[in-house]
Each structure stands twice: as structure tokens, then as C-alpha cells.
Design a protein around this ligand. Structure first.
Ligand code: MN3
Ligand code: MN3
Length: 318
């Protein structure tokens, strides 16, 4: 047991600690009530169901990432600064999970909310993908299993969340449900640095492995990904078929799967996918630079309590 000495912190851990603290936000500071009118007047029952389900699914995934993913990975890394950063990130996962409830409480009755959480408990695709990820978190006992748990964490944060983020981004891109969209953008900004940071931790560990172990671990990462991707296709179909968006969502999920592999420094699974294959409305919802909101530096246009922030640039992640 040693005391953490922040006088000795490495540049990367300091950068990520600072950025996490700077982009800290609280769901209660985002006003949501303006979405209620759009919800009541503009969305049909199928669209409302899809919206509730994607946010319900995200709530479930964030709850596991908060309670198990981040704490278990943090417990097993040696670097004390990485433990601090990972636990800060874990706390934000709780904020994310809570913020979905803030959206539900603005839009839905208690009965509707209870029905939705009942669906979350019963959905088999959601259960299967989450159980797969969590099984890696719970079986960390050496560096190989720690590496795979980190890869799963990046898969969850940079790839699996995006079938859920698609719909709120799509609606926000069309100027609908923009307050909730603001919360989704704040969550995406967090997930973005989580995926990059955990991916860098994974790459560092990978670098300590022998070449044969490296290829073995890369193959295992591909194998887990294949299972997750198949489940994701079924989950996406079950939610998006009814509102005619399945194909767009699948492309968006592939796009983010590539990002997850890039974060881990592994070969991209869909290397021929182009930005042009992504639904432009979703990119508009995602591209927060078109608003007064800068992805990495501010809290977004709906955020009331501003803090002094510094910009992160792409170079910070090289
Ligand atoms: Mn989260
Ligand atoms: Mn996260």
C-alpha cells in the first residue's frame, strides 16, 4: 500500500484527469422541459417506443459500466493515477445512467417508466451482450484477462452504445428532442475520452506481450467482437425495424466499431466503410461544432454553469 503522489503523475494520466474534471456535468443543469411538447405532439407511438427502448438499453449498459466495468478494471491496474482516472470515469457512468431517468421523468408517466424497465429486464439481446462483456470484467485474474476486459470496455463504450445514441442524434439532427439530445452529446463526449483512455491502457499492456501472445490476444478480441456484433445486429433489428431505420443504424454501428478497434490499436473490422455511408442527419446531430458547442471544450449550449475550459485537439490523442 502506497500513498498516491501527484507530484509524480505522468503526462497522459494528468491530461486525462484534467479533461475529465473539466468536462464534468450534472444532469440537473440541463433543462429538459421543452422536449415534452415535441414528445406529445410530433412523435408517433412507434417512435416513442423506440426512443424509450434505446435510452432504457443505454441505462442498463451504463449501470453495468458504472458498477462493474470501471471499478473492476481500476482495481486491477497497477498505475495509481490510472485508478484515479478510471474511478472518476466510473462516477460519470452513474451520472449518465441517472440522466436517462431525468429524461424519462420529463416525458413519461410512472407507469410507462415501470413498463420500460420491465422490458429492459426481459430483453434477451440486451441481456446477452451485457452478460458477455461483464463476464470478462468478472474474470480478471492476470494481465491477459485484464487486457481482454479493457478491450471489452472499449467495445462497450465506443461501439455498443452507438445503436442507442443513433436515434436521439437522428432526432436532434432534425431539430427534435434537442434538450435530451444535449444530454446525449454530453454523454458521447464523456464516452469518447473513456474509450480513448481505456484503449490506450489496453495498448500499453499489449505492448508488454510477446509477439505470439499479441496475435493470440488480437484474435480473441476479434472473436469477442464477432459475438457482440451479431447480437448488436439482432438488437438493432428488434428496435429499429418498425421505424425504418435499421440499415442506417447498422452502418453507424460499423463506423463506431472501427473507432473502437482504432482506440485499441487493432485492425479495423470494416475498413472499406466510408463517412459517406453514415446518415448525414445523424452526423449533424453528432457534429456538435455546428452548434455553439465544441465537442471537447465546452459543456454544450444548454449547459448553464460554465467552467473555464481548455481545448483538446486531435494531437492530444496521438
Ligand atoms: Mn457512460
Ligand atoms: Mn463511459
Amino acid at each position: 500500500m502506497k500513498a498516491i503522489n501527484w507530484n509524480d503523475v505522468g503526462e497522459l494520466d494528468k491530461l486525462f484527469w484534467d479533461q475529465n474534471v473539466r468536462q464534468f456535468w450534472v444532469d440537473e443543469e440541463i433543462p429538459l422541459s421543452n422536449d415534452k411538447l415535441v414528445w406529445d405532439k410530433k412523435l408517433n407511438p412507434d417512435e416513442k417506443t423506440a426512443y424509450q427502448k434505446v435510452l432504457g438499453g443505454l441505462t442498463f449498459l451504463d449501470t453495468q459500466q458504472a458498477s462493474l466495468g470501471m471499478p473492476l478494471v481500476a482495481l486491477h491496474v497497477n498505475n495509481p493515477y490510472a485508478k484515479s482516472v478510471l474511478n472518476f470515469m466510473g462516477m460519470m457512468e452513474h451520472m449518465h445512467a441517472k440522466s436517462y431517468s431525468s429524461i424519462f421523468m420529463t416525458l413519461c408517466s410512472t407507469e410507462e417508466i415501470n413498463d420500460l424497465f420491465g422490458w429492459v429486464d426481459r430483453d434477451k439481446f440486451l441481456a446477452e451482450k451485457t452478460e458477455l462483456i461483464v463476464s470478462y470484467y468478472k474474470s480478471i485474474n492476470d494481465e491477459k484477462s485484464l487486457y481482454l476486459a479493457m478491450v471489452c470496455s472499449v467495445m462497450l463504450e465506443t461501439f455498443l452504445f452507438y445503436s442507442g445514441f443513433f436515434y436521439p442524434l437522428y432526432l436532434a439532427g432534425k431539430g427534435m428532442m434537442v434538450n435530451s439530445g444535449e444530454i446525449i452529446n454530453l454523454i458521447i463526449r464523456d464516452e469518447s475520452i473513456h474509450g480513448v483512455y481505456v484503449g490506450l491502457q489496453a495498448q500499453e499492456l499489449f505492448g508488454t506481450f510477446s509477439p505470439s501472445l499479441q496475435s493470440q490476444m488480437a484474435n480473441q478480441a476479434q472473436a469477442v467482437f464477432k459475438l457482440l456484433f451479431d447480437l448488436e445486429l439482432e438488437y438493432t433489428q428488434s428496435i429499429y425495424d418498425k421505424i425504418g431505420l435499421r440499415e442506417s443504424v447498422v452502418n453507424f454501428v460499423k463506423y463506431n466499431a472501427n473507432k473502437a478497434f482504432a482506440n485499441c490499436g487493432l485492425d479495423l473490422p470494416f475498413s472499406d466503410l466510408k463517412d459517406a455511408d453514415i446518415n448525414p442527419i445523424v452526423l449533424m446531430g453528432l457534429n456538435t461544432k455546428t452548434k455553439t458547442h465544441d465537442f471537447f471544450s465546452t459543456k454544450g449550449n444548454g449547459y448553464v454553469k460554465a467552467m473555464r475550459v481548455e481545448e483538446l485537439t486531435d494531437e492530444d490523442f496521438l
